[in-house]
Write a protein that binds this ligand. Structure first.
Ligand code: GLU
Length: 362
């Protein structure tokens, strides 16, 4: 009887410990911060986290005299989920403050200005169009090969007909009766007529009828060919460059899952390729699986001047301004304290020092 009561109390005590808020939250003086790797805001270096957002949070935590337990999420959606479900007390990375998110969460004061911009391969769209390369591309394009095939047929058929009718006539255009070299004269005649440059005409009457028909065919052929050439060149030039968001509809554009950029691109009718990691989006661009990356300007500029130097470049201005904020569950008592620390860091110059450290003072 006694031992049953003791066991009952022991169980009660254990339940009280496990269910207590202190246990559920770990160390109460430590905050669980959700983040995600996104250089230069959050950089993973030999297993440790650094970057502008991490340095900024560490300075805030120092002021608030709290410890931090970081947890990393694969994408921004998972990061917000961690805050929503209470797995984390707050989130910081490159989280844009949007109207939709503001309805669901509380945000700190803006911690940094950002916005969407475009990254393309190489030295940019304008340098990519090179007249000599355009011409070579055109000459070896499949369209032109088809036309060359047609031209070859159009030469071979009348050449053989004229050779049959005209061969061996002393005053005709084919001096020899034999296939060789007679056919060469006939081929030369057919080719020069196709190019509307005939310098001789057959003597035999049926061959003359054929020649006249053939001249008209050649005129039509040249007209079609010229039109096709012009159209192909124009299309090549139009497809050449991406300079701004107006060039994005219909293009393959890489970005990250659940980002504001993905949302924007879908509204624009671009073909959106969404990756968890921004590094994979950059790789898709370099491997030509994507025509452009649309993402947060600070992240694109950092890539273009570091790992992507000489391989990718930012084009056009920031076309949609956004601010980054620290995200909390609605009504979180932390927000006011974090805002106070953030403002104090701006006022004492620490914010500026961190900004210059990661963004070179730009
Ligand atoms: N600024 C972007 C957003 O908040 C970042 C997305 C991401 O972390 O991939 O949607």
């Amino acid at each position: 009887m006694m031992s049953a009561i003791r066991r009952y109390f022991a169980a009660l005590l254990l339940a009280a410990i496990f269910l207590s808020p202190a246990f559920a939250q770990g160390d109460p003086s430590s905050l669980r911060v959700a983040t995600r790797v996104l250089p230069p805001l959050v950089v993973e270096e030999k297993g440790a986290l650094t970057g502008f957002s991490i340095d900024l949070w560490n300075s805030i935590a120092e002021r608030l005299k709290v410890k931090t337990e970081y947890q990393t999420a694969p994408d921004v959606r998972a990061l917000l989920d961690a805050v929503r479900t209470g797995k984390a007390d707050l989130g910081i990375a490159a989280i844009s403050i949007t109207a939709a998110r503001d309805r669901e969460f509380d945000f700190s004061q803006p911690m940094m200005n950002a916005g969407l911009q475009i990254l393309v391969r190489g030295k940019g769209a304008s340098a990519e169009s090179n007249p000599l390369r355009d011409l070579l591309n055109l000459l070896f394009s499949p369209v032109i090969l088809v036309w060359l095939g047609i031209a070859l047929l159009l030469i071979l058929i009348p050449a053989h007909l004229v050779w049959l009718l005209e061969r061996g006539r002393p005053d005709g255009i084919i001096p020899s009766r034999n296939y060789f070299p007679g056919i060469f004269y006939a081929l030369y005649w057919a080719a020069s007529t196709l190019a509307t440059q005939a310098d001789q005409m057959p003597r035999q009457w049926l061959a003359r009828v054929l020649a006249v028909l053939w001249m008209f065919t050649a005129v039509v052929f040249v007209a079609f060919y010229t039109a096709q050439l012009a159209a192909t060149l124009t299309v090549q030039q139009i497809q050449g460059g991406i300079d701004g968001p107006e060039d994005l509809p219909g293009k393959q554009v890489a970005t990250t899952k659940g980002s504001t950029a993905a949302e924007y691109l879908r509204q624009l009718n671009a073909e959106v390729l969404e990756f968890s990691s921004i590094a994979d989006a950059f790789q898709a661009l370099l491997d030509k699986r994507a025509d452009a990356v649309v993402f947060d300007a600070p992240v694109l500029l950092y890539f273009a001047s570091h790992d992507g130097k000489g391989k990718a470049q930012v084009v056009g201005a920031v076309f949609r301004k956004e601010d980054y904020g620290i995200v909390f569950r609605p009504g979180s008592p932390l927000r006011k304290r974090v805002d106070g620390a953030l403002l104090a860091l701006r006022e004492d110059g620490s914010y500026q020092r961190l900004y210059e450290k990661w963004f070179g003072g730009k």
